[in-house]
Design a protein around this ligand. Structure first.
Ligand code: NAP
Length: 307
């Protein structure tokens, strides 16, 4: 399997180490004990908490804002993070990510994920060739069709890219409940590796059909809007965590929300976005320690909804 990450590791490492690093699922000393899940189609194992980039990474060319994104990315990799998710829709985010990657030296764990967001085959290919340049990569680990836009046109050339080693895994995304019917059709009929949609402690529609179908079809599931765009925090402002949250190593509300998501057996990775290093550290805490069982997951819903 040709991973951009695997290739970078091989280039960076000596021969013996390179062989070890090229094995999917390899983990450094600092990342041992952090929770990973396999992408069913390839077996590549990825950390269950990733990093979104909508709004938070749109730093444009403002130096202090770019420095801030770089600090968030650096902390993400320091904490054993892998997947960074972006899209041409997120304005300058891809360029800012590329600039960040070129300046930090701890990015060996990167799992690159972006999306095509334009109709038409030629324009789609052009957009993703540009994205590779913006990120400074030769290939992407995950490539999606953003919000299912012209997916019938894009999936065929994305499969060609897969054959050519320019992308490892392909799929589609949405964050809109009203698109779930169409998303289910695509998941059932099309050959792909991954799917991205919304699931959080309040938006649980995905439990009914999307998550079971993803499991049946052997699709990796990446979860967007894990904090409902940040609005989940409003209800818990000035609220203390319930005592039993400590039983599963939950230290803050961010971990409460994230552990709820990644404890679903069909979920591969959640991708919270943040512009703050302190928040990043809170979020990455959900990579380790116990997860709630089904009984506790129900208790978490009841407690949150009672606030
Ligand atoms: N259709 C699609 O493909 C699609 C659609 C939507 C989203 N996505 C992807 O999914 C990612 C995540 O979704 P999202 O950005 O919409 O929303 P989100 O991750 O649910 O929420 C992000 C918000 O949560 C806040 N936050 C993060 N960590 C926090 C913490 N520990 N404590 C308090 N607040 C915290 C952030 O503010 P601070 O900056 O202050 O931390 C930010 O405003 C996106 O960035 C994007 O990459 C994809």
């Amino acid at each position: 399997m040709k991973h951009s990450i695997t290739r970078r590791r091989v280039l960076a490492a000596g021969a013996g180490l390179a062989a070890a690093l090229a094995v999917p699922g390899w983990a450094s000393e600092t990342t041992v004990g952090l929770r990973r899940r396999a992408i069913p189609g390839s077996g590549a194992r990825i950390p269950v908490i990733g990093l979104g980039s909508w709004l938070t990474f749109d730093a444009g060319s403002v130096p202090h804002r770019r420095d801030n994104v770089r600090a968030v990315m650096q902390a993400f990799f320091d904490r054993g993070g892998g997947m960074i998710d972006s899209s041409p829709m997120y304005s300058s985010a891809q360029e800012v990510i590329g600039a960040g990657l070129s300046k930090i030296d701890n990015n060996q764990g990167l799992i690159s994920a972006t999306k095509v967001w334009i109709p038409g085959r030629g324009t789609g290919i052009w957009q993703m060739e540009s994205a590779l340049k913006l990120w400074g990569l030769e290939s992407f680990d995950l490539l999606y069709v953003h919000n299912l836009l012209d997916w019938e046109t894009h999936l065929p050339w994305m499969r060609e890219w897969q054959q050519q080693g320019k992308v490892s895994h392909i799929g589609v995304t949405t964050s809109h409940g009203r698109r779930h019917g169409e998303l289910l059709d695509v998941m059932r009929k099309e050959k792909m590796d991954c799917v991205q949609f919304t699931y959080n402690i309040l938006d649980r529609e995905a439990e009914r059909r999307l998550l079971p179908v993803a499991q049946e079809r052997g699709l990796a599931v990446i979860i967007n809007r894990p904090f409902r765009g940040g609005s989940l925090f409003r209800r818990v402002r000035n609220q203390v965590l319930p005592g039993w949250a400590a039983d599963i190593g939950i230290e803050n509300w961010a971990q409460y929300f994230l552990k709820f998501i990644v404890s679903h057996p069909a979920v591969t990775c959640a991708i919270p976005a943040t512009s703050q290093v302190a928040h990043l550290h809170e979020n990455m805490g959900a990579l380790s320690g116990p997860l709630p069982d089904e009984r506790m997951r129900q208790q978490m819903i009841r407690y949150y909804e009672s606030l």
